[in-house]
Design a binder for this molecule. Structure first.
Ligand SMILES: Nc1nc2c(ncn2[C@@H]2O[C@H](COP(=O)(O)OP(=O)(O)O)[C@@H](O)[C@H]2O)c(=O)[nH]1
Ligand SMILES: Nc1ncnc2c1ncn2[C@@H]1O[C@H](COP(=O)(O)OP(=O)(O)O)[C@@H](O)[C@H]1O
Length: 209
C-alpha cells in the first residue's frame, strides 16, 4: 500500500484532513481502525474522544478514551473544549471530540480519524470549517451485528438493547456518507478504507509548504 505520489518516505506537502468513521456499535469500527493505523501508508492519527461511560476491562485512559466524570465532562463542555459532543445512547452517557486532539493532528499534517456516531458526524458536517471524508461501516445485517455485540461480551442486556435500537436508526443515515464499507472481512475493510484515503489524498490540493 505504498503511495507512489508521496514525494519522500511518507513526509508530504499534503495538508491534514478529518476522516469520520461511523457505524453501529459492534460493526467492527475499532477493530478495523486499529489495523488501518498499522497497515495504511497515509499519515493517520486517531482522535481520542472523551466519554462519561465506564472503561471496559483493558481500556486505558488517554489511549481508548479520556474517561471523565459527568461533572468534568460538563465543565469542559462549558469551556467549549469540544468540536462536537452528544449523548449517544439512551443510557445517559456523553461522548465528545476534543478540539485539541483535532487541532494537534491537523496542524501536524495528519489525517485525523474521528470514530464517532451519526449525530456527531452530522454536527461536524454542518461546520464549514471542516471538509471531512465520511465513511460508514456496518456488518451487513442486524443479526450479524447482534452476534458481534454478544460475542464481544462487553454489554449488559439493557446496553445491548439500546445499542441495537440506536443501530436501526443509524442505518437510516447511511446515505449521508460518501462511502459505505460492509465489514465482512476485517482485512478487506482495511484495504478498502486505505484505498479511499489514498485516492482522496491524491485529490487534496497541496499546501504552501
Ligand atoms: N458523537 C460522538 N460519538 C462518539 C465519540 N466517541 C465515540 N462515539 C460513538 O459512541 C458510540 C459508543 O461508543 P462505545 O461506548 O465505545 O461503544 P462501541 O462503539 O460499541 O465500542 C459509538 O457509536 C462511537 O462511534 C465522540 O467523540 N463523539
Ligand atoms: N469482520 C468481522 N467479522 C467478525 N467479527 C468482527 C469483525 N470485525 C470486528 N469483529 C468483532 O466484532 C466485535 C465488535 O467489534 P468492535 O471493533 O468492538 O466494534 P465497534 O468499534 O464498531 O463497536 C468485536 O468482538 C470484534 O472482534
Amino acid at each position: 500500500m505504498n503511495d507512489p505520489s508521496s514525494p519522500s518516505g511518507g513526509e508530504t506537502a499534503h495538508p491534514g484532513r478529518l476522516v469520520i468513521i461511523s457505524g453501529p456499535s459492534g460493526a467492527g469500527k475499532s477493530t478495523v481502525v486499529k489495523q488501518l493505523m498499522k497497515r495504511c501508508d497515509v499519515p493517520l492519527q486517531l482522535s481520542v474522544s472523551a466519554t462519561t461511560r465506564e472503561p471496559r476491562p483493558g481500556e486505558i485512559h488517554g489511549r481508548d478514551y479520556f474517561f471523565l466524570s459527568h461533572e468534568e465532562f460538563e465543565r469542559r463542555r462549558k469551556l467549549n473544549d469540544f468540536v462536537e459532543c452528544k449523548q449517544v445512547f439512551s443510557l445517559g452517557q456523553w461522548y465528545g471530540t476534543l478540539k485539541d486532539q483535532v487541532a494537534t493532528g491537523l496542524n501536524a499534517g495528519k489525517w485525523v480519524i474521528l470514530e464517532i456516531d451519526v449525530q456527531g458526524a452530522m454536527a461536524v458536517l454542518d461546520d464549514p470549517h471542516y471538509r471531512p471524508v465520511t465513511i460508514f461501516v456496518h456488518p451487513g445485517s442486524m443479526e450479524e451485528l447482534e452476534r458481534r455485540l454478544r460475542n464481544r461480551g462487553t454489554e449488559s442486556e439493557s446496553s445491548l438493547t439500546a445499542r441495537l435500537e440506536t443501530a436501526a436508526a443509524e442505518m437510516q443515515c447511511l446515505s449521508r456518507y460518501q462511502y459505505e464499507i460492509i465489514n465482512e472481512s476485517v482485512d478487506n475493510a482495511v484495504t478498502e478504507i486505505c484505498q479511499i484515503l489514498m485516492d482522496q489524498r491524491k485529490t487534496t490540493p497541496c499546501s504552501k509548504n
